[in-house]
Ligand binder design. Structure first.
Ligand SMILES: *[C@@H]1O[C@H](CO)[C@@H](O)[C@H](O)[C@H]1NC(C)=O
Ligand SMILES: *[C@@H]1O[C@H](CO)[C@@H](O)[C@H](O)[C@H]1NC(C)=O
Ligand SMILES: *[C@@H]1O[C@H](CO)[C@@H](O)[C@H](O)[C@H]1NC(C)=O
Ligand SMILES: *[C@@H]1O[C@H](CO)[C@@H](O)[C@H](O)[C@H]1NC(C)=O
Ligand SMILES: *[C@@H]1O[C@H](CO)[C@@H](O)[C@H](O)[C@H]1NC(C)=O
Ligand SMILES: *[C@@H]1O[C@H](CO)[C@@H](O)[C@H](O)[C@H]1NC(C)=O
Ligand SMILES: *[C@@H]1O[C@H](CO)[C@@H](O)[C@H](O)[C@H]1NC(C)=O
Ligand SMILES: *[C@@H]1O[C@H](CO)[C@@H](O)[C@H](O)[C@H]1NC(C)=O
Ligand SMILES: *[C@@H]1O[C@H](CO)[C@@H](O)[C@H](O)[C@H]1NC(C)=O
Ligand SMILES: *[C@@H]1O[C@H](CO)[C@@H](O)[C@H](O)[C@H]1NC(C)=O
Ligand SMILES: *[C@@H]1O[C@H](CO)[C@@H](O)[C@H](O)[C@H]1NC(C)=O
Ligand SMILES: *[C@@H]1O[C@H](CO)[C@@H](O)[C@H](O)[C@H]1NC(C)=O
Length: 621
């Protein structure tokens, strides 16, 4: 996992040097920056976006941009191009970046200094109409809703993440290292009162070694790749695996329609994105929905005997990029390559961005087009959710029936057929999330605050207001699913969720005393001492969110079986039709570094989250 990205972080080295008029290099200061994140190049069939990173070593004279007027020095009047532009984050705006893009022959690279707190006015480098061309609304389906005509979902979106740049762009934590850069600029390069700065000038060189990637990755023809990531000539299709589990074991070897099976799909996405690869914290955008659904699955663990419909929990990967995960599931269901088909699907409940605002209100979004068909019973699902929320500290409302669905996986199912579905969100119309798919959609934006005197272990246990709020949401989701799956209202109040440990694990520290118990010993080193990076990786690598979700879901929905490690492995082979067996580390013994490991049996499954278009290409070649 993380091969590509970790190599980048480790190997990005800035070298501060001094250039003289004969290009002679004076003294060099090497600064090894640990926390530097690159913008990377992505390709689809027709376009490329992101950054050209000529990793051989870009050199430029350091220019600290202090204001927008100052751009003229970089783009026109400065005598020593190309410049390595250091941008304070407030200047990392679309107008400035577009000017730099158009003057790219004078720009060696851009370094964006991350602020220590989130910008209060919001920031979103994503487009204002996410997944505009790949949802359900089009010229042939609700044309008046297409292209965000009725609601612009992400009004703060600048679209920067979809621009192409010919120079490398990095983000860098504000630290003593950035202070060194600033000082070097002020002391040597700053033009005082219009005078030309004298040699030697402070310059910066950036290198990175990509050999590990170059050796292992295979490059494919561009036309074959719906979306791919490419550092220089190396490219790999974006993709990983979706994760699912069900309240009742389903034979996963027998594909296609299952007679008598009626499932309620409970969906969330598990990926996010930002301008920079490797920092996609997706707190409200991804983690809230994901955690609420995981917590709901846990809350329903004991109730499944009371349900006459099966609940299918699905966690879609790559939704950011043209709904890779959900479109693959629909494709597989239509082609008898999934354990169920679309005829087995009763209804769909999707959990989107659900961080509660001060009014504790959530909105049940549905599709006005399919609702015109009276057989599409959205009302039942909506009324079950209202009933579920009745005793809780949240209020559920429905937006105007003339409003289309926000960007959601449900749209991909509706492209196939009219299925009753609801998407729960914290916004009535435009997103309330001011940081959609940016590095600022983080724990801070959810006010996930811990008193500094708490140890990591105390923080894990501490119940923040954000966790309390999300637990209410998760409980409503669980009770709504319970009713929708045929549970009796009288049994509903026994269903109670808890989101605390997961919220901490995804948004603060992936490696903690709880998560360490859930992983298998071989994968323990994959737990990271930082927030989860929700960026989907390239195919063949296990991405962080998929690894975390599959590990946690097995614990939350599985049972312990009392067998040895060898037998755990053996049962995995014998019973793979129905179950997934995993040997996990388990808890530490008191005063010891030894663990009491055990075998967990669950119905957790994975299947490719790779665009169906890509599969089709593969089959024809
Ligand atoms: C950067 O990494 C080096 C070596 O890995 C370590 O000694 C140093 O403390 C790190 N610096 C920061 C700011 O994390
Ligand atoms: C490729 O991406 C560009 C920019 O986002 C978009 O305009 C175009 O429609 C995409 N092409 C395909 C074939 O998806
Ligand atoms: C946009 O929506 C309005 C109604 O809100 C409708 O009158 C108009 O025709 C729509 N525009 C397009 C291009 O469909
Ligand atoms: C940063 O600089 C300050 C003042 O020069 C110093 O006290 C501090 O220890 C430095 N921090 C690191 C991580 O080097
Ligand atoms: C699952 O389905 C396969 C293929 O239909 C069948 O061979 C197998 O016996 C089934 N397994 C169970 C446990 O029912
Ligand atoms: C499920 O039942 C077990 C045993 O009765 C109990 O210990 C556990 O707390 C219950 N779990 C939930 C999530 O209600
Ligand atoms: C929790 O919800 C309450 C309203 O129920 C709201 O006032 C508060 O701001 C929320 N807190 C957090 C941290 O989300
Ligand atoms: C719902 O939308 C219709 C048509 O745009 C509008 O006339 C009506 O006032 C809206 N209702 C509410 C409650 O916003
Ligand atoms: C941490 O500080 C808070 C006040 O900010 C105090 O109430 C609490 O007892 C302290 N906790 C510990 C473990 O010291
Ligand atoms: C499930 O049980 C409910 C009553 O609790 C009943 O109304 C419904 O028809 C049943 N559904 C199925 C699929 O058996
Ligand atoms: C899940 O993890 C908890 C806490 O580590 C542990 O007590 C429990 O036994 C685990 N359950 C399963 C089924 O793995
Ligand atoms: C597990 O199995 C072993 C041997 O079969 C037995 O001695 C032990 O008591 C069992 N443990 C539990 C928790 O059931």
């Amino acid at each position: 996992m993380d091969l590509l990205s970790d190599k980048w972080i480790v190997n990005v080295v800035f070298c501060l040097l001094f250039v003289g008029n004969s290009n002679s290099v004076g003294n060099k200061i090497y600064i090894n920056l640990n926390e530097t994140f690159p913008c990377v190049r992505l390709l689809n069939a027709t376009h490329q976006i992101g950054c050209q990173s000529s990793f051989a070593g870009d050199v430029g004279v350091v220019h600290l941009l202090e204001s927008e007027e100052n751009l003229d020095w970089v783009l026109g009047s400065g005598p020593n191009p190309p410049y390595m532009v250091i941008l304070e984050s407030t200047l990392f705006t679309r107008p400035i970046m577009m000017k730099l893009k158009h003057g790219s022959q004078r720009v060696a690279g851009v370094v964006v200094v991350e602020p220590t707190t989130n910008p209060p006015d919001g920031f979103s480098p994503h487009t204002s109409c996410p997944n505009e061309n790949t949802g359900v609304y089009s010229e042939s389906y609700g044309p008046s809703y297409a292209h965000c005509n009725v609601t612009v979902w992400n009004p703060l979106g600048t679209g920067l993440s979809y621009e192409e740049f010919d120079f490398p762009i990095f983000s860098m934590k504000d630290s003593n290292d950035t202070e060194v850069l600033r000082r070097c600029y002020r002391e040597h390069n700053r033009a005082v009162n219009g005078s030309t700065p004298q040699y030697p000038l402070c310059a910066m060189q950036l290198f990175s070694h990509m050999s590990a990637v170059r050796d292992t990755a295979t490059c494919m023809r561009r036309s074959e790749i719906p979306f791919s990531l490419t550092p220089e000539e190396v490219c790999d299709p974006l993709g990983d695996e979706n994760v699912w589990a069900s309240t009742k074991p389903l034979n996963n070897t027998a594909k296609g329609h299952k007679e008598g099976e009626s499932v309620v799909i409970a969906a969330a996405k598990m990926d996010s994105r930002s301008f920079f690869f490797d920092v996609a914290p997706g707190a409200d955008g991804t983690a809230t929905g994901l955690v609420a659904l995981l917590a709901a699955a846990n809350a329903l663990r004991n109730a499944t005997a009371e349900l006459n419909r099966t609940i299918l929990y699905t966690f879609f990967h790559g939704e950011t990029f043209d709904y890779i995960g959900s479109s693959r599931m629909v494709y597989d269901m239509e082609n008898n390559q999934f354990a169920l088909d679309l005829d087995n699907v009763h209804s769909i409940l999707e959990v989107g961005q659900v961080a509660l605002g001060s009014n504790s209100r959530l909105w049940l979004h549905s599709d006005p087009v399919s609702r015109r068909n009276s057989s599409v019973n959205v009302e039942k699902l909506a009324s079950n959710l209202h009933l579920a929320a009745a005793g809780l500290n949240i209020s559920l409302e429905e937006p105007n029936v003339t409003q289309p669905l926000p960007p959601s996986s449900l749209q991909r199912f509706l492209r196939a057929r009219p299925i009753p579905g609801v998407v729960i969100e914290n916004h009535q119309a435009s997103f309330t999330n001011k940081y959609y798919q940016s590095i600022f959609d983080n724990a801070e934006s959810l006010q996930l605050n811990y008193s500094p005197n708490l140890t990591a272990e105390e923080q894990l246990e501490f119940v923040t207001d954000a966790a309390k709020n999300l637990t209410e949401v998760a409980t409503a989701v669980a009770r709504g699913l319970y009713l929708q799956a045929g549970g009796h209202p009288a049994g509903m109040n026994a269903v109670q969720a808890d989101s605390r440990l997961m919220l901490y694990t995804f948004l603060v520290r992936g490696k903690n005393s709880w998560s360490e118990q859930l992983v298998s010993p071989e994968l323990a080193s994959q737990l990271k001492d930082r927030p989860t990076n929700f960026y989907i990786g390239v195919h063949q690598q296990m991405s962080e969110p998929r690894f975390m979700v599959q590990t946690i879901l097995a614990n939350l929905t599985g049972t312990i079986v009392n067998v040895t490690k060898e037998n755990c492995q053996k049962q995995k082979e014998d019973e793979e039709d129905l179950y997934y067996y995993q040997w996990v580390q388990g808890p530490l013994r008191p005063n010891s570094t030894e663990r009491d490991s055990f075998c967990v049996r669950s119905g957790v499954r994975r299947f490719a989250a790779k665009s169906p278009a890509f599969v089709l290409r593969e089959y024809t070649s």
